[in-house]
Structure formats: C-alpha cells, structure tokens
Design a protein around this ligand. Structure first.
Ligand code: DOR
Ligand code: ZN
Ligand code: ZN
Length: 394
C-alpha cells in the first residue's frame, strides 16, 4: 500500500485518556459511535472512557455489560475505567487487569460516583494494585459549591481558598503512605502543580493531566461562554492558565475531559445546567496549532498525547510510530488553515467552545491499526472496527 503524503506531516494517532462518551445511559448526549467518530475526525485513535455512565461502571457486571454494549459501536480503539465506590474495594482490585485504571471521585461531579470518607479512600489506595494507575478527580466540595457545580451557585460563602486543596493533599499523602501510583486528572491551578511537584520530589509516584480547556480558556472566556463554559474543575484565572504553560515541561498527559451535554441542557438556568464541555475532536487541532505558533514543539505534544499516556496506562501497542506498535497514523497538512465551527463537530452535542478559532493544520487522513479509517472529512470506518486495547500486566 502506497500512501501519498507529499507536503504532509505524519503523526502518531493521539491517545485521549479522559473522555465521557455517555454510553450506556446518556445516548442523547453522546453514544460510543458518535464519540469515537468525533475522536477519529480529530486524529485521536485511542480513547479511555470514564466510568460515570448510567449505570456507573462500578461492578463486574456493569463493566462487562458496558464492554459488550460498546463492542459493536467503536471506530477507534478504547479502554474503560472502573469507578470506585465506598464499598467496591475488593471488586475493583480483582478487575485491575481488565481496565485502564480506576477513577476515584473525591469531589462530586456528573453522575453518582463519589468517595469522600477517609476509610474507603485509604482502602482503595492500598488494595488496588499499586503499579496500576488510580486516577483522582481531586476537587474540594467547598470549591464545587462556590462554582455552582453542585447545583446552586453559592456566592454568599467566601471564595474558597485554592491554597487549601484538601482533596489533592489527601490523595498525595495517601499515595506516599501506600507507595502506589497516582494520576491526577485535570490539574488546573498553580497551587496544585506546586503540590504535585513537591510530592514528586519526595518520591511520590504521581503524574498529572492538564486539559486543553484549561490551557486555552480562562475565566474571562467563561463570561463570554456562559453555561457553555461551565465545567468542573472550572475555568481558572489568567494567572493559573499562564502557570499551566509555564509548567508545560512537567505535565505528563493532556486529556480532554470530553464531557458533552446538549444545547438544551446547557441553555437552562445556571444552577441547573450540567457541567462539562466536549473536546475530543479539537485536542489535536488546538495543540498542533500551538506548535505552529511556537508555543510548544511537536515532540512535546506527542510526548504528552501519545508516549506518556501509553506508558502510564500500560497500553501495550500504542506507544508511537515504532516497529511493533499499531500503525495508528494521522496525516496532517501543516499549511492548511481553517476555522473551527460547531457544524464540524461530530459529537452529538454539536457545539464547541472553540467555534470561531482559526487554526493551521488540517487533518487529511487517519489510519487505525494500518487501515484507512478517515479521509478528507469522511469517516470510512465501520462501527465495531475499534477494538479494546490490551494492558501490560502489572
Ligand atoms: O465538568 C465535568 N463534567 N467534570 C467532570 O468531572 C465530569 C464531567 C461530566 O461527566 O459531565
Ligand atoms: Zn473529573
Ligand atoms: Zn472527567
């Protein structure tokens, strides 16, 4: 097979290790076909799907039912998270080899998964295989209340001190005590990065994720976007946003936290509107454009969107463009510029906070395991062609 690629750049397919594809339970927002097709169109050839579906992916039965349901729908490769609850400690540990990671919500979010008491948190940290990633959503409840993520936006209480970071500090301390690996989802503030880097210095086995939302948007954009900018953790100050770029070298992974909600849901009054913003299709375009603008190098983004997620989650065949790896390949025309629009979005939600943004670098073709799956704005892959990934034994 000869691939014409004159004038194009060849990139490894990106890995988005943080998506919410709403299947089962929220197919009006997204299903596994629409979500993976949006990924494919954005040059993402592997996704790891979060457990806050309905039912939540929190028992063996729910995990197997979800896996069976998704098998006929995917057009990119995928792995699943297992969700921690107060009581599923042994069950989670027994399923470790069958999932990408365990997700533990230390702060409330969409869905019902939440573990806030010390005892079950500690037991999960201790019992889940220590070398297998445990991913924490480490937001403090006080902060969630203030930003309205729990329903009511309570601005009567004082703005929560970001310096406290109780959930994150707790997670780092327990990771240190138990010697386990920990991956911190959606790190958004300078203080969080400081805490993580301090812990790392002490030998804590911690890695962290940043989202494109928090890299490219800040609370000024929230005013413009209204509920379409409502997300947990919330968009932060310009100074926190700048801190993410300043600490780019330390960032381990960039995951999108793709969390689609319909326009109708977002157009409700602030308190009722759900938190979450789509992003799987705009990850590569935004980051590639940042390389054109000279903010980061192509090597730096491939490290954080391919190499590191493959290593952290033990994705056997997804490392990068090397012999023995899957031929997940993206061809991109670095010179072709275009404007991101809502209409281009293949997510069922049909909107993006980046509509109107001009970017350079148009994705031309995407190959999944060597098979041409997407070409010139058309999905060629059949539902079911995306396969579950396999994990390195830990
Ligand atoms: O804003 C968010 N939405 N944050 C999360 O952690 C979950 C997500 C969702 O599933 O909607
Ligand atoms: Zn989260
Ligand atoms: Zn999330």
């Amino acid at each position: 097979q000869v691939i014409e690629a004159e004038g194009l750049l060849v990139l490894p397919g990106f890995i988005d290790s943080h998506v919410h594809f709403r299947d089962p339970g929220g197919p009006h927002k997204e299903d596994f076909f629409s979500g993976t097709r949006a990924a494919l169109a954005g040059g993402v050839t592997t996704v790891l799907d979060m457990p806050n579906t309905q039912p939540a992916t929190d028992t063996r039965e729910h995990l197997y039912e979800k896996a069976a349901l998704l098998a006929s729908k995917a057009v990119v490769d995928y792995g699943l998270y297992f969700g921690a609850t107060d009581t599923n400690i042994e069950e989670a540990a027994s399923l470790a080899n069958e999932v990408a990671a365990m997700k533990l919500y230390m702060g409330s979010s969409t869905g019902s998964l939440l573990v806030t008491e010390f005892s079950p948190i500690y037991r999960h940290f201790k019992t889940f295989p220590l070398d297998k990633p445990l991913v924490v959503h480490a937001e403090d409840e006080q902060s969630l209340k203030y930003f309205g993520a729990l329903g009511s936006q309570d601005h009567n209480q004082s703005r929560p001190p970001l310096s406290a970071q109780i959930a994150l500090s707790r997670a780092l301390a327990i990771a240190e005590k138990t010697g386990r690996v920990l991956h911190v989802a959606h790190t958004t503030t300078e203080r969080e990065i400081e805490l993580i880097l301090e812990a790392r210095q002490k030998g804590v086995r911690v890695t962290f994720e940043v989202t494109p939302l928090h890299l490219f948007l800040n609370e000024e954009d929230q005013h413009r976007l209204g509920n379409f900018g409502k997300v947990n953790p919330p968009l932060r100050s310009v100074s926190d946003q700048t801190a993410l770029w300043r600490n780019f070298a330390a960032i381990d992974t960039i995951g999108t936290d793709h969390a689609p909600h319909t326009r109708a849901e977002k157009e409700q009054p602030y308190a009722q509107a759900p938190s979450g913003i789509p992003g799987v299709q705009t990850l590569l375009p935004l980051l590639f454009n940042a390389t054109i603008e000279g903010k980061v190098t192509l090597a730096e983004i491939i490290q954080r969107c391919v190499v590191n997620p493959a290593r952290i989650f033990g994705l056997k065949r997804k490392g990068a463009l090397e012999v023995g790896k899957d031929a997940d390949i993206v061809l991109i025309d670095p010179r072709q510029a275009y404007e991101i629009t809502d209409q281009q979005m293949l997510s069922k939600c049909g909107w993006t906070p980046f509509a109107g943004t001009q970017v350079s670098g148009k994705i031309q073709q995407v190959f999944v395991r060597g098979v041409l799956a997407y070409a010139h704005d058309t999905c060629l892959a059949q539902p079911g062609s995306g396969k579950p990934v396999s994990y390195e034994a830990r």
